[in-house]
Design a protein around this ligand. Structure first.
Ligand SMILES: [Zn+2]
Ligand SMILES: [Zn+2]
Length: 283
C-alpha cells in the first residue's frame, strides 16, 4: 500500500490581518505561519497596503516569504467579485490614490449606517465601533460585533439579517468599482490580478471578459470552495492559461470559525510564478 502523506500547502496566499478586518496583527499571523511550517503567505488586506512593511519585517524574522497583496471588492451588476492583486510596485501612486478613495468611502458609509441605526433607536456610537477596529479598515463586521456585544442581537449573522445586510433597514450601499476597473488598476500598478474565490458567487461567465482586460489567475483552492468548484475552476484556468492560486481567506479563528491559516493554499512554485509575472511588468 502506498504511504498516505498528509499534505499541507506550502503557501497560503489569501490572509487578512488587523490592517483590515482580520483579528491577528501582521506579526502574529506571520509567526503562526512559521509555526505551521508555511514557506510563504500572501497578505491580502482589503483596500490597503499598510500591512506590507510589518509583514516583510516579520517574514525576515520568522523566515517566511511574504507575497505583497491586496483584495479589492468590486461589483459586477449586483454580484460581488473580489479581485486579488499581488506584488504591485510600491511606487505606483495610482493604486495608493484609488485605495485611499475607497477607504474614505468605506469610513463614510460606516458612519451613515451608524446614523441609521441611531434613527432606529439603537444606542450605538461611532467611538464604540472605532474602538474594536484596531486597524484602519472599518467595515460592517465591526458594527455587527458592537451590536452583538451590546446584546442588541445574538450573532453577527442576525445583525446583518435584521439591520445592516443588503435591503435591511440600516443598509447603506458602498462605493463600487467594476471587476474590470479593479483588474486594470492592479495591472497598471505592475501587479498580478487574480480572481478570488469565484465558486462563492458562481462567476464563471465573467472570466472570458476579465481575461481580455488582464486577469492572470484564478484562486482555485479556497476555504469556501467545494471540490466541484475546485475542479470547475481548475479546468477554466487551464482553458485560458491562467495561474491557479490558493488561500484560506484566514481572518482569525474567532471571526471565521473553521478557517485555519494554511488550511488551504498552493505550492511555493506559484509564488515564484506570480513574482516572475509581476517583475516582468515593473521593468
Ligand atoms: Zn473575498
Ligand atoms: Zn479575503
Amino acid at each position: 500500500m502506498p504511504e498516505v502523506k498528509l499534505r499541507y500547502p506550502e503557501a497560503d496566499l489569501h490572509c487578512h490581518t488587523s490592517a483590515s478586518d482580520g483579528l491577528l496583527t501582521t506579526w502574529e499571523l506571520v509567526k503562526q505561519a512559521a509555526e505551521l511550517g508555511l514557506k510563504a503567505v500572501g497578505i491580502t488586506d482589503h483596500d490597503t497596503l499598510s500591512g506590507w512593511e510589518k509583514a516583510i519585517q516579520a517574514g525576515k524574522h520568522f523566515n517566511v516569504d511574504i507575497l505583497k497583496g491586496v483584495e479589492l471588492n468590486t461589483d459586477w451588476a449586483g454580484v460581488e467579485v473580489h479581485i486579488l492583486g499581488y506584488e504591485m510596485n510600491p511606487k505606483a501612486m495610482i493604486l495608493e490614490d484609488k485605495l485611499s478613495e475607497l477607504r474614505e468611502a468605506r469610513f463614510n458609509r460606516v458612519y451613515r449606517i451608524i446614523e441609521k441605526l441611531q434613527d432606529l433607536g439603537i444606542p450605538i456610537q461611532k467611538a464604540e465601533v472605532e474602538r474594536i477596529t484596531k486597524g484602519e479598515s472599518v467595515g460592517r463586521p465591526h458594527i455587527a460585533q458592537v451590536l452583538v456585544n451590546k446584546g442588541v442581537v445574538n450573532s453577527i449573522r442576525e445583525a446583518f439579517d435584521r439591520y445592516i445586510g443588503t435591503g435591511a433597514p440600516a443598509y447603506v450601499p458602498r462605493l463600487k468599482i467594476t471587476p474590470e476597473e479593479g483588474i486594470i488598476l492592479i495591472r497598471e500598478a505592475g501587479g498580478v490580478a487574480v480572481l478570488a474565490h469565484p465558486g462563492i458567487y458562481g462567476l464563471e461567465k465573467g472570466i472570458e471578459q476579465w481575461v481580455k482586460v488582464g486577469l492572470q489567475g484564478i484562486e482555485v483552492n479556497h476555504s469556501e470552495h467545494t471540490s466541484e468548484d475546485e475542479k470547475k475552476y481548475r479546468a477554466i484556468a487551464k482553458e485560458y492559461g491562467l495561474l491557479m492560486t490558493g488561500g484560506s481567506d484566514f481572518h482569525g479563528e474567532e471571526r471565521k470559525p473553521g478557517v485555519r491559516l494554511g488550511g488551504w493554499g498552493t505550492s511555493y512554485e506559484i509564488v515564484e510564478k506570480i513574482r516572475n509575472l509581476a517583475y516582468s511588468h515593473h521593468v
